[in-house]
Design a protein around this ligand. Structure first.
Ligand code: NAP
Length: 319
């Protein structure tokens, strides 16, 4: 629409949409910003979204670009009627820092046996527990992408030994990297604290099961391995996590993501003494930090087209 900036529709019904819209409008005052559902939003060229209702994007006949307001795109790609326009996702230091804080905290919780001390405190028990140092323990990061690398920096600073697992072969000075099904065994055989930051795709669904946990390293100073899951719940089998905690295959688990969210009140994970639960907030999206990047992507797209976009989602790969 010449002469008038193409509008942005904000479609994030589970979030404070108004706050995102106000922030985007403040950063790009000449551009109309509308909150969905509304006729203005339906006519917009750009959709800034988090878990949009199925069909909401199909109704946008002028749609040119989808800007996902989080890092994961599995819910978006699950929409069979998703319009065929480029999709960009959130990648950057803000989300990376938040995820790294979460993962470093939980790696230290397991290194220092903190869930055991919490149980002792509840019973007023004074009993020191001695464990290894960080440099005697290997953290293995499944999904060594933007999030995984951000975590590796903090974990390396603490002193942990690091391994990573990716789909395609790569190298990194911070971690010993393994790729694909063929190198999964070697990755698991040295991993004592398993951090899962994989996206949910058809290939990663249900990957974290009892068979996989049984292949983790358990003969080192750390003993039985611990799990930190903060990617997507679809990659894990929770019945297997519980069974492995109970038979000693896993020592403890920190879970931020679940097969069903919110985690049902009936889940036995809630009351398990060796499970730490957070409600999918390891790396939340905040409009004050991320709106400028959304505006930047739109500006790049208007200058240089789809080739100028960054962090474009590969629909065929699912991430
Ligand atoms: P990313 O940069 O795309 O990294 C994904 C990593 O997973 C890459 O290393 C990729 O390998 C690897 N991977 C994908 N499919 C694989 C497969 N089949 N086998 C082995 N490795 C595979 O994504 P990111 O920004 O780091 O985010 C990762 C995920 O974290 C998101 O998809 C989202 O689900 C989750 N997340 C959670 C929260 C939270 O609050 N809990 C917040 C943000 C994100 P290649 O490097 O070879 O491509």
């Amino acid at each position: 629409v010449s002469g008038r900036a193409r509008a942005i529709a904000v479609i994030a019904p589970s979030w404070d949409q108004g706050r995102w819209a106000r922030r985007l409008a403040a950063l790009d005052p000449d551009r109309p910003v509308a909150v969905a559902p509304s006729p203005e939003a339906e006519g917009a060229a750009y959709a800034a979204v988090w878990m949009p209702p199925a069909g909401a994007l199909t109704a946008m006949t002028n749609l040119e670009l989808i800007l996902n307001l989080g890092a994961g795109v599995d819910h978006l790609l699950a929409d069979p009627a998703l319009p065929d326009v480029p999709i960009v996702r959130q990648v950057g230091p803000d989300l990376g820092q938040r995820m790294a804080e979460h993962v470093a905290l939980h790696a230290l919780i397991h290194l220092r046996g903190h869930l055991g001390f919490a149980a002792q405190q509840a019973g007023r028990v004074w009993r020191p527990l001695a464990g290894p140092r960080a440099d005697q323990v290997t953290v293995g990061i499944m999904g060594y992408g933007a999030m995984g690398r951000a975590c590796a920096e903090k974990l390396a600073a603490i002193g942990f030994r690091l391994a990573g697992w990716t789909r395609t072969p790569q190298a990194d000075p911070l971690a010993e990297l393994f790729a694909g099904e063929g190198e999964l065994e070697a990755f698991l055989a040295r991993t004592e604290i398993l951090v899962c930051l994989l996206p949910a795709t058809p290939q990663t669904r249900g990957l974290l099961d009892a068979r996989l946990f049984a292949r983790l390293k358990r003969d080192g100073r750390f003993g039985a391995p611990a799990l930190i899951a903060a990617g997507r719940g679809a990659t894990q089998v929770e019945a297997d996590i519980l069974a492995c905690l109970d038979d000693g295959t896993l020592a403890a688990a920190s879970l931020d993501v679940f097969e069903t969210e919110p985690l049902p009140a009936s889940s036995p994970l809630w009351g398990h003494p060796r499970v730490a639960i957070t409600p999918h907030c390891a790396a939340d999206s905040h409009p004050d930090e991320l709106a400028a990047g959304v505006i930047g992507q739109i500006a790049a797209f208007e200058r240089g087209g789809a080739d100028a976009l960054r962090h474009v989602v590969d629909r065929a790969l699912g991430y």
